[in-house]
Design a protein around this ligand. Structure first.
Ligand code: C2O
Ligand code: CU
Length: 491
């Protein structure tokens, strides 16, 4: 309640200068976690399923008695969960009622570049943008967020984000918890720094040169402060999104209970993988199955994280923080749910042909890929439609992560070693430990458009906004060398 919020606020001011935050034990988990509503599409005469989204300003009461100025989609903070099916033709009408231009990017979705919602598809205030595409990928937990040039961190931090779930026949046929909001729960995890009067603080810890971008000491789940989830079934599916600008979470339960990882960013794993911890960097998703006994409680918590390369955790991304995220509260009687199926996806793992093209990317400082900063007029890479390539990403110095639009990839190796099983499935975003080299096998799409780039970038949003981003286009095979490397961006 109110007293807790004040006490927490005080504790947070005290520890603020010490860079280490201990919130364990300070929480009452007083608030039921909000569940974003599912938006119902309307079937149009064109055979497409239409969804209306409005980016808007508002105020949200995160902390009792304090009105925080926020942005959201069809509401004051965050947006509805959009649910689409493989094979469906979706048409989304995005109206921008924000005071400045923004965009909406479908993170993890395979679609034509003009529908991607990156910096080439910014929407001016008062305008409506209408991308449409056919869903051509397997079931997965994707998400959407703004991607305006140089201002992604701010727009996401203010609150514009939501879940984008893909279903297919395979996911339908599996005996997985799929009662949305009951035993199938989206968890959008975001850290915030609040000013004394309850406004979002943009100048908190993590800002400044050589840094990560905004870090907060208060964690919201689906926009709920100090949240709990009432568990009513023996097995609960958590679809976890790290929707934070910079923070890297090392997730696990306070009682170290094991959980089954069933999916990563772009789809189901071949089989469930049991873990007690996993690291999730900004933009990454996992789906977990958690089993509980009647009457139990357990706290989902972020633990101090190893950033790789001996990188000091207290210097980056709040990696030495312990933060309580969500309390699970099992009712005294639970309805039974089946245990995790033994096998999930039957999809063949992505493999690269022996002669696959290898491209190398070195991330350095907070703004450079291969020594260059993002230039919207420059095409960095030209890729043949449908190609399978090896992308080798090296982090020089700081920890980073790496996201590629329009694709799913598989991690081949991290510093020459195979990734742990939970990271070996379909992904679109990967953590790059400090000083590490991560090799990816990447399957590109077939929507040819030599004039509209897709992005690849660090998903620490301050790094992305600072220029740690590049562009690629998809061309007909054989057209790679004749494709112009400059674009007229009108300025
Ligand atoms: Cu989640 Cu280029 O974005
Ligand atoms: Cu980075």
């Amino acid at each position: 309640g109110f007293v807790v919020a004040v006490a927490f606020g005080t504790a947070f001011t005290v520890v603020y200068n010490e860079s280490r935050v201990e919130t364990s034990g300070q929480h009452e988990f007083a608030n039921p976690v909000a569940i974003p509503p599912v938006v119902e599409p309307r079937r149009g005469a064109d055979g497409r399923d239409h969804v209306d989204l409005r980016l808007q300003t508002g105020t949200t009461e995160f902390l009792r008695g304090k009105q925080t100025r926020t942005w959201g989609v069809n509401g004051s903070y965050l947006g509805p969960t959009i649910r689409v099916r493989k094979g469906q033709h979706v048409s989304i009408h995005v109206t921008n009622d924000l005071p400045e231009s923004s965009s909406l990017h479908w993170h993890g979705m395979r679609l034509p570049a003009v529908m991607d919602g990156g910096p080439y598809q910014e929407i001016e205030p008062g305008e409506t943008w209408n991308p449409h595409w056919e869903v051509k990928q397997p079931a997965a937990t994707l998400w959407y967020h703004p991607h305006p040039h140089g201002r992604t961190a701010e727009h996401v931090y203010r609150g514009v984000s939501g879940m984008l779930l893909v279903d297919d026949d395979i996911s339908d046929a599996l005996e997985l918890p799929d009662d949305y909001g009951v035993d199938d729960i989206p968890l959008i995890i975001q850290d915030k720094a609040f000013t004394d009067d309850g406004q979002l603080d943009f100048n908190g810890r993590g800002m400044g040169p050589g840094s990560t971008g905004i870090l907060g000491d208060t964690v919201l789940v689906n926009g709920t402060h100090d949240p709990h989830l009432e568990v009513t079934r023996t097995v609960t599916r958590l679809r976890v999104l790290n929707g934070s600008p910079a923070r890297i979470y090392d997730l696990g339960f306070d009682d170290d209970r094991p959980f089954a990882v069933i999916a990563s960013d772009s789809g189901l794993l071949p089989a469930p993988v049991e873990r007690t911890r996993l690291r999730l960097s900004p933009g990454e998703r996992v789906e977990l199955l958690v089993t509980m006994e009647p009457g139990e409680t357990s706290i989902l918590r972020s633990h101090p994280t190893d950033l790789g390369g001996g990188f000091p955790a207290d210097r980056f991304a709040g990696a030495d923080d312990t933060l309580d995220i969500l309390q699970l509260r099992a009712k005294t009687t639970l309805e039974p749910n089946p245990a995790a199926p033994r096998t999930l996806s039957a999809e063949e793992p992505l493999t690269a042909p022996a002669d696959a093209r290898v491209r190398r990317f070195e991330l350095s400082g907070t703004a450079f890929i291969n020594g260059e900063s993002m230039d919207m007029g420059r095409i960095d890479e030209v890729v043949a439609a449908g190609a399978t390539e090896i992308w080798e990403v090296r982090g020089a110095g700081l920890p980073h992560n790496f996201h590629i639009h329009d694709v799913a990839f598989r991690i081949l190796t991290i510093d020459g070693r195979e990734p742990p099983a939970w990271q070996a499935g379909r992904k679109d975003t990967v953590f790059i430990p400090a000083g590490s080299t991560v090799r990816l096998v990447v399957r590109f799409g077939t929507d040819v458009d030599p004039a509209t780039p897709y992005m690849y970038h660090c998903h620490l949003l301050y790094h992305e906004d600072s220029g740690m981003m590049g562009q690629f286009v998809i061309v007909e095979p054989g057209q790679e060398s004749s494709t112009p490397r400059r674009l007229d961006t009108g300025g």
